[in-house]
Design a binder for this molecule. Sequence first.
Ligand code: C2E
Ligand code: MG
Ligand code: MG
Ligand code: MG
Length: 289
Amino acid sequence: NAIEACIHVKHEGGNNLHIYDDEAVLLRRKKREIVDQVIFGLENHQFELYLQPKYDLKNLVVIGFEALIRWIDPERGIISPAILLDAIAGTEAERLIDEFVLEEALTILKGLHKLNRTLSLSINVSPAQLMSPWFAAQVELYYTKYPILMEHLRLEILESDTFKNLDVFKSHLENLKQFGVTLSLDDFGTGFASLTHLLMLPINEVKIDRSFVTSIDTNEINQMIVKHVVELAEKLNISTVVEGIENQKELATVQNLGVHAAQGYFLTRPFPSSKLKDWWAEQLLNSVL
Ligand code: C2E
Ligand code: MG
Ligand code: MG
Ligand code: MG
């Protein structure tokens, strides 16, 4: 299929100029095909945000959700966001997807607010999206319409992307913060200037990357890293979240290390946002039984 072909072509590489020409043509054609498929998919409701709860680690209460996009293609099944987003990077489909995510997020937030007024919703945004004028304008517009809801919208920024000009990036973040949103640094620890980002950027939350969490119960180095990130974050008034908790031992370890919140398959796997009300009712029931 076009997506796999595109990724395949991209990874072929090769020094031969002739092959490179062919590849460039092929890549352009494949990208065009994917863009068309995404546009068709958006018009035909093939995209849905899935939700993964985020739990406070003191009492294991749900404090919010993260929205994760899924492309449910009738023929290919569920296509993961990593593959999708890589394939459409830099195309007009990227903007359409970003717009879809923000609009859907607002709809979900309205529902969340009815369940519990303290719940937050996090969406993932690329640095390019954060810096683009349409995004700031849209966030501002939503803030004028729904100021209270926007206080519960959280933007997760990928730490692994290098921010070329930290001062420019910071001013974009400060601009967005005026419109109620809170900011989270995602996949923390995977960038090459992690500590600089933590100290310099006006963020409210840091999400420690899954690579530090896997087997943390037996990995003393990861325990030490997480412990120090928590201490530093507390000094900076930044809350800490760990992603990718897959078993009881990892959960107990991060609880002991004083991490504030967690997500992971062991707690709850992402589920379709259309199931939110049912899921909420069920977990309320379970918590009293
Ligand atoms: P992320 O923001 O770091 O999201 C966490 C990823 O880990 C998600 O993968 C989630 O399904 C997965 N995950 C959660 N708990 C566990 C666990 O216990 N074990 C393991 N192995 N994985 C777990 P997903 O949904 O495939 O998303 C991958 C990445 O794609 C996200 O990483 C995020 O960077 C990006 N992404 C997802 N949705 C969107 C979106 O709407 N917009 C943008 N720009 N990026 C998105
Ligand atoms: Mg995220
Ligand atoms: Mg992450
Ligand atoms: Mg990630």
